[in-house]
Design a protein around this ligand. Structure first.
Ligand code: ADP
Ligand code: NG1
Ligand code: MG
Length: 490
């Protein structure tokens, strides 16, 4: 890193003096017989709205969590990574890392990634960026407290922290947007074709505001949130590792195929590069509402077979696989295109509506928090904050219904949590990729405690038969945290 830091770079701060750092330092010393040289902290995130649309080119609206991946690192004088994890369910690992090409990321015999594969994705990304010009390595201890495989982006925090550690050790200055894009790219080595939301918010997050993230070029615009609103994350007690199945990639390729067919049938297929639903919208110069109509017109069927799609796109099966499918989706024979495309265009509209509502939040100037250093205390031009909470909540509930019905990425437990929330007039939705994981609920600050108590009683205790004291660790209120940082002994 350069000695003069710009605001665009990941901040390098003095090592905080707290119990967690001390424990991690002690663990590092015990394992490696030396002190760590620096630490890297990358937060998890919760997405407020805009699910499964980042990889279609549409804006999303996440915020960073307090929970994070914290790693301690020391430089080795040979190109190797030596890994330890504070949590002993994750095995030790060691590997030579000479070149990006030789660094193969191989899952277990059931296709599930090993935990260290996420670290290797970050290392591989850094090697690629450095053109393999690396002659040192790293000793790393990982300490994470983001619930894994739960839609709160533990994977991206781990990939990003690892990539950042290698680049920092190599003294490479990189802007936050550049490293976020690099990490989005290198996490794909795990096998999932994600869009980049998780890595973007991990680096670009700011305290006290959510971010409206747009692509090409990557940009994050702060969004003020109602001050009388609280966001509550509740775990469904069901996990889903996205790289262990093809559920995630299936949705990605269904969106690609839908995009290609709409643009072809709309008579504008000359552009070979078009592969996302947002590119189709730009090409046709339509509103999102018009795109919804086009989906019904050009994708009327509930199910499309591989051969039908080949016929529409004038390609043979081999070309279809090569051009649009991924290794873990090439064998699929039936695809739901209408449902996926409808979700994407309607969800993109909900994001715009959500943001528009938040833009009515007028900052007052008592200087505590919020956008541009001002408070995000809500004073609405068109009424009080409760109106906005209701409108935002309804958008979130609409998002959940669409993810459940059109995108089919919810889970019975998630639906149960969402329905229980409704009994207290609290709106919520699955957050992250889904198939398990968490809901994010928007509730009035005054009823946060009674809402959490209700979930503990009705969901965790009665439905999941979990001890009430333990249940408290599965549900928490959260406020927007800041993004990744590096700590050194200054
Ligand atoms: P998420 O929604 O949390 O990003 P993913 O399925 O994408 O879920 O990734 C979860 C995987 O990330 C876990 O199965 C594990 O391999 C890895 N992981 C997450 N947190 C940790 C951690 N603290 N230590 C080691 N590996 C972790
Ligand atoms: P999670 O649930 O954290 O694995 C995934 C993707 C995001 C986004 C969401 C769905 C990765 C690394 N993350 O997040 O890009 O598509 O699902 O909105 O692939
Ligand atoms: Mg993930």
């Amino acid at each position: 890193m350069s000695s003069i830091q710009s605001n665009d770079e990941v901040p390098v701060r003095t090592l905080p003096n707290n119990e967690r750092i001390k424990r991690l330092k002690d663990y590092f010393c015990e394992e490696f017989g030396c002190e760590p040289k620096f630490f890297v902290r990358v937060p998890g995130r919760v997405n407020l709205i805009g699910e499964h649309i980042d990889y279609c080119g549409y804006p999303v609206l996440p915020m960073a969590l307090e929970q994070d991946i914290l790693i301690a690192a020391a430089i080795l004088n040979k190109p190797e990574v030596h890994l330890r994890n504070i949590n002993n369910k994750y095995d030790n690992f060691k590997m030579e890392v000479r070149s990006c090409e030789d660094l193969n990321i191989i899952p277990d015999s059931n296709g599930k990634p090993f935990w260290y594969n996420y670290v290797l994705c970050g290392v591989k990304g850094a090697l690629e960026f450095l053109n393999d010009r690396i002659d040192s390595g790293l000793q790393i201890v990982v300490d994470g407290n983001i619930p894994p495989a739960s839609g709160l982006s533990s994977s991206s925090a781990l990939v990003s922290a690892s990539c950042l550690a290698v680049l920092y050790a190599q003294k490479v200055p990189l802007s936050k947007t550049d490293i976020a894009s690099l990490c989005a790219k290198c996490e794909r080595y795990i096998g999932t074709q994600g869009g980049g939301m998780d890595q973007a918010i991990a680096f670009l997050a700011q305290k006290n505001c959510a971010q409206y993230i747009t692509w090409q070029p990557l940009k994050a615009t702060p969004v003020a949130l109602p001050e009388n609103a609280a966001f509550v994350v509740a775990h469904s007690i069901s996990e889903a590792n996205k790289a262990a199945t093809n559920d995630f990639n299936r949705r990605v390729i269904e969106c690609r195929l839908a995009a290609k067919i709409i643009v072809t049938r709309a008579g504008a297929a000359t552009d070979k590069k078009i592969i996302t639903l947002s590119q189709v919208q730009s090409k046709l110069d339509n509103s999102l509402e018009d795109m919804v109509k086009l989906v019904y017109e050009h994708l009327p069927k509930d199910l499309y077979t591989k051969s039908e799609i080949c016929e529409i796109l004038h390609v043979n099966e081999e070309e279809l696989e090569q051009l649009y499918l991924t290794p873990n989706t090439s064998h699929l024979t039936e695809f739901k295109l209408k449902q996926r495309a409808l979700h994407v265009y309607e969800e993109a509209q909900r994001v715009e509506d959500f943001r528009k509502q938040c833009s009515q939040i007028v900052s007052n100037s008592n200087g505590q928090n919020g956008v541009n250093g001002k408070s995000n205390a809500i004073v609405c031009e068109n009424g009080d904050g409760d109106d906005i909470i209701n409108i935002l909540g309804n958008l979130m509930y609409g998002s959940h219904q669409s993810l459940n019905e059109l995108y089919e990425c919810s889970h019975d437990n998630l639906n149960h949590l969402v329905n229980l929330s409704k009994t207290m007039n609290v709106n919520s939705r699955v957050t992250g990729a889904g198939w398990g994981g968490c809901i994010i609920a928007l509730c009035h600050k005054d009823k946060v405690n009674s809402y959490i108590d209700m979930l503990i009683e009705e969901f965790y205790s009665k439905y999941c038969k979990i001890d009430k004291n333990k249940a408290r660790s599965y549900v928490f209120a959260t406020t927007p945290n800041h993004g990744a940082e590096i700590y050194v002994n200054k």
